[in-house]
Design a protein around this ligand. Structure first.
Ligand code: NAD
Length: 296
């Protein structure tokens, strides 16, 4: 299929490379010339603007941009992609944005005669490179079936979550729970060790008991409880605190608009905000345990 790909960053770059490997024809655009060059080296055709990409008449356009303002400015307005595309086109936004913005852009796409899905991902840069991402997809069942083979070239777990925006709903709800659960595990590990129990013994009990979760079992925040996790290498790599903060901001904003209380989600957002302000925004989010432990 001829696919247009816009946003070739940490996630979009390897996702686009996997589409090329699967045999698709790619026209690519990014504000960064270096990001475009890297994909051209892998076989893609460079476009020097969104308008040039639209003129190339791709059957499907995928976007992978930082946040909602970037997505809205790409698609909407007189110079937006929805107006530039001269024929009905399939559109797939994989950026993580709030559900309200996703629904606004999808409605505008529909009105302009296009077909749109929201399809945020989990799995990080490692999953993007390996082609093992999870896609949470919102939009019509028919459009989901159209996009599924393309998504399968970039991911392993592809889930239709319902109508437009529901992919983003699934993503913000899951990541809010993840942010909260990490703080819970950090608090329990810090309490237990301060009262004298060995960290590995405590983690072992939690992981065979009812407190068990991904944050305790797969990405335990206490140093040296697990090998090959950020906590055992100075909290480098992994999922940055500022990225978690972004997702918790989306959850609390979506909750505000829905008039839905997210009491623990809001508290978690504030804790990561304070932690980021202390200069830790680039550390893996499990470093939040530093709020609870003595720092040398
Ligand atoms: P990134 O900043 O590395 O890449 C974004 C790219 O978009 C950059 O190359 C930038 O130049 C380009 N860009 C920005 N505005 C543009 C425009 N108007 N036109 C064309 N290109 C434009 O970000 P990323 O880490 O690849 O994340 C992308 C999205 O995926 C975000 O919404 C993020 O929340 C989500 N996400 C990231 C991860 C992760 O681990 N990095 C995991 C899951 C989801």
């Amino acid at each position: 299929m001829h696919i247009g790909f816009i946003g070739l960053g940490h996630m979009g770059g390897p996702m686009a490379a996997n589409l090329l490997k699967a045999g698709h024809q790619l026209s690519v655009f990014d504000l960064s010339a270096a990001a475009v060059e890297a994909l051209v080296g892998a076989g893609a055709t460079a476009c020097d603007s969104v308008a040039a990409l639209a003129t190339a008449r791709p059957e499907l356009v995928i976007s992978m941009l930082p946040a909602a303002p970037h997505v809205k400015s790409l698609y909407l307005g007189d110079a937006g992609l929805l107006s530039l595309l001269q024929q009905p086109t399939h559109l797939l936004d994989c950026s993580t944005i709030d559900p309200h913005s996703a629904r606004e852009v999808s409605a505008a796409a529909r009105q302009a005669g296009h077909y749109m899905l929201d399809a945020p991902v989990s799995g990080g840069t490692a999953g993007a490179t390996a082609g093992t991402l999870t896609f949470m997809v919102g939009g019509s069942a028919e459009e989901f079936e159209f996009a599924r083979p393309v998504l399968a070239a970039m991911g392993k777990n592809i889930v239709h979550c319902g109508d437009s925006g529901n992919g983003q709903v699934a993503k913000v709800a899951n990541n809010m729970l993840l942010g909260i659960s990490m703080i819970g595990v950090a608090e329990a590990m810090a309490l237990g060790t301060s009262l004298g129990i060995d960290a590995k013994v405590l983690a072992g009990i939690i992981n065979t008991s009812s407190g068990r979760c991904w944050s305790s079992e797969v990405n335990n925040p206490y140093p040296d409880v697990l090998e090959n996790v950020p906590a055992s290498r100075g909290y480098t790599g992994g999922f940055g605190t500022d990225l978690m903060l972004k997702d918790l901001g989306l959850a609390t904003e979506a909750a505000r608009l829905a008039k839905q209380p997210v009491i623990l989600g809001a508290a978690a957002q504030q804790l990561y905000q304070a932690f980021s302000l202390q200069g830790h925004g680039q550390l893996d989010f499990s470093a939040i345990i530093k709020l609870y432990t003595k720092q040398e």
